[in-house]
Structures are given as structure tokens and as C-alpha cells.
Write a protein that binds this ligand. Structure first.
Ligand code: SAM
Length: 288
């Protein structure tokens, strides 16, 4: 397999040779389009100085592009039937390491420290869509040193990541992503660029990690609890959402006072608050 895998013929050839069967439960939709791959590599801004973590290499289609652009690639694949395939398709690259693990069970922080001396890595992936949110939240919330995360996700999820207050896509994911990173939509990708074709449209989004969050709060944990409580009950007011949250223990009066101190209407809905306002609300309530 000296040629690149990024076309339907090569992909079919590999799959047939190994009698590989696609597993729906692993979200397997392999890229078969070289333009899309070049676009992902360019958006991720990979250079020979970079250590790249790839989640879910599949048969190694994107890994080949990453290996050519990066200094080192660590690829984590859950499906053990893909491992012998990857050994063959990546045989000519000496800067790629494949490990057979579930990325959600892996201590990425520890691995990155071991393998890259704790220096920040770039994450690049065509993600398995069934676990997009846990993967992204895990990378953001744990202290994995990452410079950027460039990922193919379901279009609708990309919209949620970059949505602002008052829009239908705005929610806990938008706020978490935007607290840690600056999102940038790099490309929309139609189903025919994958094998098999997914039922939904896809988007490449780059999340560039801030060195400091864009808003300051003394109690990050409380802020995220407030955010979750506000969006758990979308149609309710902010006050009701906070009153009903099992992990918040403020009285009705304390909540009403805090909302007043924030300087917004008592009947405001959580979905109208900006990240700055959630940060301020957390600081107000933390003092109660
Ligand atoms: N990178 C390949 C490409 O672009 O053609 C494959 C992308 S495919 C959408 C997602 C890949 O993630 C599959 O290879 C799948 O087996 C793998 N995967 C699914 N769940 C995983 C998990 N929990 N940990 C690691 N890899 C996983």
C-alpha cells in the first residue's frame, strides 16, 4: 500500500484483503476524499515540530497525511481488527505509534506527559460521532496539555460548539467549548466523502485552546454546575432551573437576589445568559 488510501478504490482493496466489516457501534465512517484530508491537515496547522494525537485512525487514511506533516503521531484505535491493517498501511512511516485502546478509558494526560514530555499536543480526528461530546469534554476538562483540537464532527454538533446566547443551538456544550477554546469552522463535508456514508452532514471544526479562559471566575466548578442546571430545563426560567437542580443548595431567596445582583430580569431564561454572565453569577452565589 505505497499509495495513499484516500480514495474509494484503495479503501475497498484494504477492506477486502482483510475481510474487514464495518462496525456501527464504533461509529466507523472512513474518509475517502483527499481534498477533505488536505483541508483537515491545513486547518490543524501541523508542522514537523508537532506531536499529534489521533483518535480512531480506522485503516489509517488520515494517519498517513498526519505522519507526513507531523513530527510524531500517536493513534488510539478501539477496534482490534484494525490493528493488523494499520501495521501494514502505516509500515512506511517511522514516526507513527498505534495503540489499541478505548480513548475514553485512557489516561491521555499521563500518556502525553510520558511521550511528549508534557508539552502541548495537537489532537486531530475524524471522530466516532456516538462519543463526540464525552471525548471533547474529557479533553477540555482534564488537564491534558493540548494546543488545538481539529475534529470532524456531526454538523449539528459543530453548530452547538460555536453557538451564542439566544440561539437554538446554544447550550452547555457551547459554553464549555467557548470557555476553554476559540472555535473556528474549517469546512462542511458531505456524506459522500465517507465510506459508508453517514446519515448526517459533517463539519471540520478547530478548537484553539486559550492560554487563559476569556472570562474569570473564582469558582469554575460552580459556574459549570449553574450552566448545566440552566440548560437541563430549557423552557424554564433561570431561577427555576437553579431552584430545581439537585446539586445546588441555594434558597429561592438567595437565587432571586443573585439574579437581581447580576442585573438581569427575574424571569430571564438561562439560554439568554452569556459566558461572562454565568461567570459573574457563579462569583455572586459563591459569596452567599
Ligand atoms: N480516521 C479514520 C478515517 O478518517 O477514515 C476513521 C474515522 S471513523 C469516523 C472513527 C474511528 O474511531 C473508527 O476507526 C472507530 O473504530 C474508532 N473508535 C470508535 N470508538 C473509539 C474509542 N472509544 N476509542 C478509540 N477509537 C474509537
Amino acid at each position: 500500500f505505497n499509495e495513499k488510501l484516500s480514495n474509494p478504490q484503495k479503501t475497498i482493496e484494504v477492506i477486502q484483503k482483510y475481510e474487514f466489516t464495518f462496525q456501527k457501534k464504533f461509529g466507523q465512517n472512513f474518509l475517502i476524499d483527499s481534498h477533505v484530508l488536505n483541508k483537515i491537515i491545513a486547518s490543524a496547522d501541523i508542522t514537523k515540530d508537532d506531536f499529534v494525537l489521533e483518535i480512531g485512525p480506522g485503516i489509517g487514511t488520515m494517519t498517513q497525511y498526519l505522519a507526513e506533516a507531523a513530527g510524531h503521531v500517536l493513534a488510539v484505535e478501539i477496534d482490534k481488527t484494525l490493528i493488523p491493517i494499520l501495521h501494514e498501511t502505516l509500515a512506511s512511516y517511522d514516526n507513527v505509534e498505534v495503540i489499541n485502546e478505548d480513548v475514553l478509558k485512557l489516561d491521555i494526560c499521563k500518556i502525553v506527559k510520558e511521550k511528549n514530555g508534557g508539552k502541548p499536543v495537537k489532537v486531530v480526528a475524524n471522530l466516532p460521532y456516538y462519543i463526540t461530546t464525552p471525548i471533547i469534554m474529557g479533553l477540555l476538562e482534564s488537564h491534558v496539555p493540548v494546543e488545538s483540537i481539529t475534529v470532524m464532527v456531526q454538523k449539528e454538533v459543530a453548530m452547538r460548539m460555536q453557538a451564542g446566547p439566544g440561539t437554538k443551538d446554544y447550550g452547555a456544550l457551547s459554553l464549555a467549548v467557548q470557555y476553554y477554546c476559540e472555535p473556528y469552522i474549517a469546512a462542511n463535508v458531505p456524506p459522500n466523502c465517507f465510506m459508508p456514508r453517514p446519515k448526517v452532514g459533517s463539519t471540520v471544526i478547530r478548537l484553539t485552546r486559550y492560554s487563559e479562559p476569556p472570562v474569570a471566575t473564582e469558582n469554575e466548578q460552580l459556574m459549570f454546575r449553574l450552566i448545566r442546571a440552566s440548560f437541563n430545563q430549557r423552557r424554564k426560567t433561570l431561577a427555576n432551573g437553579l431552584n430545581n437542580a439537585p446539586d445546588l443548595h441555594y434558597t429561592k431567596e438567595q437565587i432571586a437576589q443573585a439574579i437581581e445582583a447580576l442585573g438581569v430580569s427575574a424571569s430571564i431564561r438561562g439560554e439568554a445568559l452569556t459566558l461572562q454572565q454565568f461567570a459573574k453569577l457563579a462569583d455572586i452565589l459563591a459569596k452567599q
